[in-house]
Design a protein around this ligand. Structure first.
Ligand code: SF4
Length: 187
C-alpha cells in the first residue's frame, strides 16, 4: 500500500507547490512501525533529496530519537503534512494543507500507527485542529482517531534554541520522546 502511495503521490499536481518543488517528499523510515512522526513541510535539503527531515533539523531529531532508544529507520515512519516544499520555507497555506490532506490520510491508513508525534504548530493544527503555542501544547498527550498523539517542538526550533540545560527546549523534547517510548512499550 505504501508503495502505491509513493507512485501516485510523486506525480501530484493538486496545488501550486507542484510548480516550485524539485521532488515530492513522501516519507522515510519503516511503514510497519507503530509510531508515525508528522512534520510541517519539506525544506531545501528534503526537496533535493526527496526524503523528510534530512537537513540539520532532521539530524537533530534523529539524535534525540536515538538518545531515548528509538531507531529512526526501524521504529518510526516519518512524513510531513505537506509533501512539497513551500518557496523560501514559508508556512504552508491552508489550501495547500487541504490539498495534501488526502495523501496524509492515505499514509495514516496504510501505516496505521498506534502513536503519533506531531512536530510543531502547523502539524498540530493540521491533525488536531488545535491552534496554540507549542510551549503550552508540547508534552501534553492528545487523542486522535483512537490514537495517542504527542505534540513536540519542531527540531528547527531546537536548532534556534541550542541550550542543553535542564528545562530548555532540547531537554523538554527529550522528555517528550521518552514519554512516547514508554507509551509504545505499554502496548
Ligand atoms: S503539496 Fe501535496 S497536494 Fe500539493 S502538489 Fe505536493 S503532493 Fe500534491
Amino acid at each position: 500500500m505504501t508503495g502505491s502511495i509513493l507512485e501516485a503521490c510523486s506525480d501530484c499536481k493538486a496545488c501550486d507547490l507542484a510548480t516550485t518543488r524539485q521532488t515530492v517528499v513522501i516519507s522515510r523510515g519503516n511503514p510497519e512501525a507503530d509510531l508515525m512522526l508528522i512534520g510541517e513541510a519539506p525544506g531545501a535539503q528534503e526537496d533535493m533529496q526527496g526524503l523528510p527531515f534530512v537537513g540539520r533539523s532532521g539530524r537533530a531529531l534523529d539524535q534525540l530519537l536515538r538518545e531515548v532508544d528509538l531507531d529512526p529507520a526501524r521504529d518510526l515512519y516519518i512524513c510531513n503534512a505537506v509533501k512539497c516544499r513551500p518557496p523560501n520555507n514559508r508556512r504552508p497555506k491552508k489550501a495547500e494543507l487541504a490539498a495534501c490532506r488526502s495523501w496524509l490520510d492515505l499514509q495514516l491508513a496504510a501505516v496505521d500507527p498506534k502513536v503519533i508525534v506531531l512536530t510543531g504548530a502547523t502539524a498540530v493544527e493540521a491533525i488536531l485542529g488545535i491552534k496554540g503555542g507549542m510551549t503550552q501544547l508540547r508534552g501534553q498527550w492528545q487523542a486522535w482517531s483512537g490514537r495517542a498523539v504527542m505534540p513536540i517542538f519542531h527540531p528547527s526550533y531546537l536548532l534556534r534554541n541550542p541550550s542543553k540545560a535542564a528545562g530548555a527546549p532540547i531537554d523538554l523534547t527529550r522528555q517528550d520522546l521518552a514519554a512516547v517510548r514508554r507509551r509504545l512499550c505499554e502496548r
